[in-house]
Design a protein around this ligand. Sequence first.
Ligand SMILES: Cc1cc2nc3c(=O)[nH]c(=O)nc-3n(C[C@H](O)[C@H](O)[C@H](O)COP(=O)(O)OP(=O)(O)OC[C@H]3O[C@@H](n4cnc5c(N)ncnc54)[C@H](O)[C@@H]3O)c2cc1C
Length: 355
Amino acid sequence: MPDSVDYIIVGQGLAGSALAMHLFSMKKKFVVIDNPSGNRSTVVAAGLFNPLTGKEIKKTWEADSIFPYLHEFYQSCERITGKKFFFQVPIYRPFLSVEEQNEWMAKSNEVIFKGYVKEIFTKPEYKEVKNSYGGILLNHSGYLDTNAYIQAVREFLKTQNAFRQEEFTENEIQFENETVVYQNLPVKAILFCQGTYSLSSKYWKWMPIRSMKGETLKIKLASGLKIIPNRGVYVVPSSDGSMVGATYNYHDKSESITNDAKIELTGKLRDLLNLEFEIVNQKWGLRPTTPDRRPMLGKHPEINQFVIFNGLGTKGVSLAPYMAKTLINYLEKGIAINKAVDISRYYSLYSRFVS
Ligand SMILES: Cc1cc2nc3c(=O)[nH]c(=O)nc-3n(C[C@H](O)[C@H](O)[C@H](O)COP(=O)(O)OP(=O)(O)OC[C@H]3O[C@@H](n4cnc5c(N)ncnc54)[C@H](O)[C@@H]3O)c2cc1C
């Protein structure tokens, strides 16, 4: 291990991995500390990225910047690690009525959707999907095999002597003038990328992170899919089966899979597909969400050397690369963080917490 580093990154989920790969590209000295034994949102995620989301299908926030960059970023990570984990696959959303079909025929010509709509079908196009009224096929979508990505980044960081598999313990932080020392290692700043674990941090528990439980199913389908069907649930292909997701639950605090989620997902899957399926397994995880559904980046209100990257919510795959770039640009070049994602929007909560 080096004698000193510019940064320690705590956590190697989507947030920590994206920061690490940016710092590597900038030739910075850093070490990632991660204890993968706990429940991580990243490794249960289906890894979908989708520029048009929601019941009404709206373009996601900042899509025109975030989507081109995520393609560039994950493809560069594939080149650096020599592993494959990024897959561009069109998403197919079947229409439920003639009205919806007509609405989209008109909407797809609007400038705002230019480049995002690949094709509109007014007749059934895919026999595997229930699509009597046709559907809409989207561009710039696909999935990240999150397990393969995390594993590839970890193995790569080990080759750079930049990874420690252990628990990061806040009690072992010491302050020496402007420098922070962690277990005898002097560091310019600590980048906290802990997902919902921040809720138990003595430095960050004032932040309004809410954990939202989600469950997914891994299934085997009677025949393969060349698209990602998405209506009520999505079906994402993966090397050893297809992932079906997800549930969204703020109230269930149980740390286990549930029968309710299985019933919900299988019901929606039957509404979407014409194919027989077999359930292989079921997983659960906790998404780190925020009240305004925007990530949180920036410095601790009092401790200048502590930096947060959190709140990736339901869209970690698409947000992490662009937000990591934003944060590194701020730390290394002093470029201001967009106010919509700057942690300073919640500083008033800290004042109330300490008073
Ligand atoms: C069921 C489900 C499905 C999802 N599907 C999608 C999807 O299809 N597309 C999408 O974009 N997003 C999806 N998400 C959301 C996505 O998973 C999250 O936005 C993202 O994973 C959050 O990443 P993170 O790095 O902030 O947190 P995490 O993945 O939780 O990573 C935090 C890491 O920090 C480590 N850590 C914390 N504290 C310590 C410590 N003290 N010492 C050492 N290590 C520590 C943890 O062990 C963990 O490895 C889904 C989430 C769930 C639950």
